[in-house]
Design a protein around this ligand. Structure first.
Ligand code: SF4
Length: 364
């Protein structure tokens, strides 16, 4: 059973925690003790925080939630990619994916364990190839629901996550307030203590928030879902482009690059007959070079309810080689996720449709 929806201890920064303890006339060091129990000892409940007095534990239990979500399903096992479906306190669902160390995100062999987390239930941005946007946005995830995904996946898998990508459901920069709070908790030495350089945020191109993120002192990596090298092509599949076109987006990306000097990644899902011409590849290469960005080519992964098609392998290689031969570092990620509904949002969409929470997704 999920606890009642009280505020969650997982959504508190160290400063929040100190403030709460001060309000209860408890010394500030108690805040540090609670954080240690949560993030270092990974306590499963407030009762396990044995160096707190019993009355204080009772007070905390009355006022805070400890568990933010409940596991409903896990797909995949062992050293393969695993997808977790979690139920939230309001009956909605989110997905989190654990990508094993042997399978780097960009096709490389990585020595790290990556969690792909969601930032919203659904998404308002409606990219035409994406399952997450099919039923629109339900709500933002709170900071504790973002951090909670990581804590739950670690507890369930028994493994320590050392790399995080915000590439699950939702547009993280549309939920930047909660995202930034979650980042404080994830990167805090008193929190999950994961270095900012091991965190990648993926955005469809919210130019003002890209600049806001650039102004953070931490050097977070950024991946852009570009999927079209010209406005004409991008307009067809990414409605966000009507708000911030390619010029506005690249102006923000140059700002980010100059501020953080971190390598940017341009993600490019290849869809047959839509954005896969070699002209697009040439323009993409030019844009990537201006930012010294890496290009990740992703042959389209079928989404139930959508009619888009993946180009054949030969054409995918030709597209990739055109970008690479122009002097841009490229990777190509051939996803093999059809078996586990790997495209983000599909598992949640299925579950909520079956339960009648949302109507059957409308075709784009
Ligand atoms: S690709 Fe990202 S921004 Fe676009 S609809 Fe899907 S979740 Fe939203």
């Amino acid at each position: 059973m999920l606890n009642k929806p009280l505020p969650s201890l997982l959504g508190l920064t160290k400063d929040d925690m100190i403030e709460i303890f001060e309000q209860h006339d408890e010394p500030a060091y108690r805040a540090g003790q609670v954080l240690e129990w949560i993030y270092r000892h990974r306590a499963g409940s407030i009762d396990q925080m044995t160096n707190l007095s019993e009355p204080l534990r009772e007070k905390l239990t009355e006022q805070f939630r400890f568990k933010t979500m409940e596991k409903v399903k896990v797909q995949g096992a062992g050293d393969t990619t695993q997808k977790y479906l979690f139920k939230l306190h309001d009956g909605r669902y989110v997905e989190t994916v654990l990508i094993p160390a042997s399978k780097g995100l960009y096709g490389d062999k990585a020595d790290r364990l990556t969690a792909c987390v969601s930032s919203q239930v659904g998404c308002a941005y409606g990219c035409k190839f994406c399952a997450s946007g099919l039923a629109g946005l339900t709500r933002n995830l709170t900071a504790d629901e973002i951090v909670g995904q990581l804590m739950e996946v670690e507890a369930l898998s028994g493994k320590k996550i050392n790399n995080i990508v915000f590439m699950g459901m939702g547009e993280p920069l549309a939920n930047i307030k909660n995202l930034e709070k979650a980042l404080d908790i994830i990167t805090g030495q008193w929190g999950m203590n994961i270095g900012a350089r091991h965190i990648t945020i993926s955005t469809s191109g919210l130019a003002p928030m890209i600049k806001q993120l650039a102004d953070r002192p931490q050097q977070i990596r950024l991946a852009i879902s570009l999927h079209g090298a010209t406005d004409e092509v991008r307009d067809k599949i990414m409605p966000v482009n009507s708000k911030w076109d390619i010029d506005a987006l690249f102006e923000a990306l140059h700002y980010y690059k100059n501020k953080s000097n971190k390598r940017l990644t341009l993600e490019y899902i290849l869809i047959k007959g839509v954005n896969d011409s070699l002209d697009q590849a040439t323009i993409l290469a030019k844009r990537a070079k201006s930012l010294k960005a890496l290009v990740n080519v992703i042959p389209y992964n079928t989404v139930e309810g959508l009619d888009w098609v993946r180009p054949d392998d030969e054409h995918c290689h030709r597209f990739r080689n055109t970008v690479r031969d122009a002097g841009v570092t490229t990777t190509m990620r051939i996803e093999k996720g059809h078996d586990i509904d790997a495209a983000c949002g599909q598992l949640r969409l299925k579950q909520e449709t079956e339960e009648g929470i949302i109507k059957a997704p409308i075709k784009a």
